[in-house]
Design a protein around this ligand. Sequence first.
Ligand SMILES: C[S@@+](CC[C@H](N)C(=O)[O-])C[C@H]1O[C@@H](n2cnc3c(N)ncnc32)[C@H](O)[C@@H]1O
Length: 258
Amino acid sequence: MSAEKEHVAINKAHWDGMADHWVALGERLWALEVPEWGIWHTPDRRAPLLPTDMTGMDAVELGCGTGYVAGWMARRGAKVTAIDVSPRQLETAKRLALQYDAPVTFIEGDAEITGLPDAAFDFAVSEYGAAIWCDPAVWLREAYRILRPGGRLSFLGTHPLMILATPQNGAACDFGLHRPYRDMGRIDWSDAEVEPGGMEFNLSFEGWITLFADIGFQVTGYRELYASKTNTTELEHVTADWARRYPTEHVWWLQKSP
Ligand SMILES: C[S@@+](CC[C@H](N)C(=O)[O-])C[C@H]1O[C@@H](n2cnc3c(N)ncnc32)[C@H](O)[C@@H]1O
């Protein structure tokens, strides 16, 4: 790995170290018939990241973690490739793919430079994988390259508002603004109190929209996700009370020009 890819090395070490904590959630999500998304388990009807029928599609997941999204796509009939930088996360993903008899091709690698051929996929997806852990200017260009003309990409990640409302020490979101919105870019959680480590990325809305247009992606959909009115979950980094009032996640649906 080259020196300029410091964030990839940091995130790989971070996720290898965290992998054991994600096994139980991965097992629960692999078992679901209908997907649910993100930290509030948003129902699929509110945020349908995947095409309903994926029969015969070539699909790729970028930063697959424990691989349940890849598994859901395989169940919908896609031929699935899933890439992740963490060998420990991939151990879980491969075990669960075997258990569920899901024919997914797993690749250990960097979603910013996949090594996959040009125009090889009809569909790409990321839920908290490349979507937040990779440099958007790099991984989105890579996703564009490996998609066929007219191919689609959907991804779910942290809403910029939540980044602004998170104290620099990584404590739970509050009602202040803790960093500049301008040039948000790279967010270093090495010294965070909650889940220290990891280098995350986000952009302003202007930043996202401008980047999509520069690359050639058309925006076909966008949604901000909140905790539901009945949700009382208290996560370490955000409370349901906060997330009922402000969006914590967003989903983009994009299409490569035909
Ligand atoms: C939160 S998991 C995402 C998977 C799953 N959807 C989830 O929410 O648990 C984040 C994953 O992104 C992976 N990741 C981080 N940087 C990456 C990179 N440069 N290339 C590929 N995967 C990466 C991590 O190894 C980790 O498994």
